[in-house]
Design a protein around this ligand. Sequence first.
Ligand code: F6P
Length: 549
Amino acid sequence: MCLPALTASSAYRALEAHAAEASKWHMRELFEADDGRCARFSAEAAGLLLDYSKNRIGDATLGLLMALARDRQLEARRDAMFAGEKINNTEHRAVLHTALRLPRGRSLIVDGQDVVKEVHAVLERMAAFTERVRSGAWRGHGGAAITDIVNIGIGGSDLGPEMVCRALRPFVHPRLSMHFVSNVDGHDMDAVLARLDPATTLFIVASKTFTTRETMLNAGTARSWFLRHGPESALAQHFVAVSTNADAVAAFGIDTANMFPFWDWVGGRYSVWSAIGLPVALAVGFDRFSEFLAGAHAMDEHFRGAPLERNLPVLLGMLGVWYRNFLACPSISIAPYHQDLSQFAVYLQQLDMESNGKRVTRGGEPAGVQTGPIVWGDVGTNGQHAYFQLLHQGTDVTPVDFIAALKPAHGLEGHHLVLLANCFAQAEAFMKGKTADEVRAELQAQKLGSNEIEALVPHRTFPGNRPSNMIVFDALTPATLGALIALYEHKVFVQGTIWDINSFDQWGVELGKVLARNIEAELGGEAKPGMHDCSTNALIARARAAGVR
Ligand code: F6P
């Protein structure tokens, strides 16, 4: 059932009128006028604290945003997702990544099957396999234990496991080095293979469809490389697969006994909780992987049960709608002040932009409003010395999500204090800015002449009023990471619901999967160059002349 046009809803129109007022506010004044602002605009769940007080909102704003959420039937939509209804309407699929983290003993019947039983049957196989590899019982063809694990996959079959393995670096088994090859660019595979001993390397070929060109080419290259060093009879010890496509796995030559399945109701970008998370389980152990699932489940329970006004994913999602639709912000920046979250922004790019980068509603009508924002970012403090200039003084307003752990995983003296100081200071500066009078006073104290002061004032003034969320947790553990990812998954769902788009298909990317095929054949000389535009024809000719193969 599709919703009426968003812009026709009275809640939306009320927010438009409210935005005209709110755009005159400055957060510095809102804070000065209200000591209780932080306590009122903070909420906590599943080990995460969200301080959203440094946003351009008041109580009325939140009231109106929640009215819009209710108007768009957010609670009913959320319940439909959790219940396994086929909310991915263009592919007629349920969306059940939340079932991947349901505890054993729960039950969820979809199409006559208890999906929780199926999930735990695969988890048990993953646990057994993980234990054998980590203990050294699973051996390479020369009899030595596995030392290197290479995940070959792309998109959701790469970004999640890679990001999580990096984030949980302190928990990784000391004997195991994790590698991730995703790019069809041979430089990626070449650089990884150069560091490996085939006798102690395990490849995981991870692809939901097992047809993705990049992954299949990379897997074939890895297999050929292995066969140059080891016997064909040893392939089963060195190649396992994660897929929904058993026939294609068998055709590739991987024993389906070494295949870990998942299901069409798991979207690629939501699949790290499934067998796609096998590299994570191998790296940190199955118990830690279970804690990761439990952290996400805790966030699921919160999302399902907490009132909208205290609900972290709802708050994060509706604040995003506020900036995207009412205050005209085209992008959001993710700033984890934690080096082990260096891949988090990249991971969120797929999660958010592949989900909500849509221009029509579920019913195929133009969305009528701006939908998914551009998502970008990097770890602090590095970003401060790269693009924070634009965030402070550029012409666009970019809301920032700061993410920080209170306790580090290292024991290096002084570092964490400086890190957190920077994180909190940046958020404060975005909010407050620096007025022309403050700049003048500062420069007068430095004894500058009045002409020079006045020339510098415009450059050294910061407008402030730049919004941010602060997400804080005790330490980056498997459980807090699980909760953090699930928080963003549900945030994306909340926004897709407001915009009435299908957050779970990706037709734009599917196009990319076929686009290159013709040119590939032309470049390879198997097909005569087609009649492309003159630019494409010339590029093909140039590459052929260079002897591309
Ligand atoms: O990039 C498009 C996409 O379909 C993603 O959604 C998916 O995560 C990725 O390709 C990889 O697909 P597969 O796991 O089937 O190889």
